[in-house]
Design a protein around this ligand. Sequence first.
Ligand code: BGC
Length: 386
Amino acid sequence: MTFRKSTNDRARQAFALAVLSTLSLAAGAAIAAPDSITQKPFGTAPGGQKVSLYTLTNRSGMVVKITNYGGIVTSILVPDRNGKLGDVVLGYDNVAGYIKGSPYFGALVGRYANRIAKGKFTLNNKTYTLAVNNGVNHLHGGKIGFDKKVWMASPVRVSNGVGLSLNLHSADMEEGYPGNLAVHVVYSLTNDNALKIVYTATTDKATVLNLTNHSYFNLNGAGSGTVLDQTMMINASRYTPIDKTSIPFGLLAPVAGTPFDFRRPHAIGARINMANLQLKNGAGYDHNFVLNHTGNSLVLAARAYSPKTGRVLTVSTTEPGVQLYTGNFLDGTNIGKGGKAYNKRGAFCLETQHFPDSPNQKAFPTTTLRPGQVYRQTTIDKFSTR
Ligand code: BGC
């Protein structure tokens, strides 16, 4: 399906309908065309809802697969330096894999990505209690976070590519968070091999919000060994050191002279085993970096590179922080796509976000969203080779 350039609403609607009718005619078969979006069944959610897998293909042949269960990006197929496509994210072949137990592979995480200390925060003089699901802390939205919800999905026109729009209503006090929240996420696969994620949300009561996408990347291909030889650059002069339960102390510490200095690219594994209290607290890298960023414009966050395949991932974001997590808790028990085991350090995550535990940390940028305000985030994962 080739897209026309028109951007008015009617054209957008016509496009969505054309896609949908093609989908029902083609019954999930791939559409032989320069750029396309197809839909096929992906299984049944625990609540009995049938969920789908959407396959987005751009004009360069890059493919991104997304399910409306958890808004999960299940596959990203990008060329290596010889033009060979490889799947660079960890995930499962069907929804059952994600339900059985997934450490948030590829998911949309909310309401609060990362941790809230002891599962408590106070807003407008009222204390809210959340699920404690990670040691003594609250992690990634609680027991049934956005990663386990069935989102309403529809294909959309985007400039220079194909998109999938996802909507979720999160009810007042769901998982202990106040406010009816309307969340809207648009994934766009553009023809320059970028996956763009635009998040917006509104609430009817003051609440806290921190959304991210939790893709696990391995630029050599999912399930093909560790990422320790892949290089990383992070555009951050400071990071937020953590205690042994992974809650930030509240200070923004300089990376200079520490294993957290990724300002110049180097192998992820180069310093990961150094004797360092912070690396011990995170069991490796599992830390929030304070991006060199003023305001909320799009800024370069990180760049990863595989010397073996030549694949480069460049992440830009409007968020103030990025969590580098190096798959420290993967242990080979997650058997993913094509029966491949995902071992320790078999992936890295670059979770663009507000800082962990911000609702309890006065010095951190606020994560409070009030009625009348619009939460906005844009993150772009751009792929290239060299
Ligand atoms: C956290 C890790 C956690 C991982 C999977 C990351 O965002 O910081 O500690 O193990 O997500 O849940």
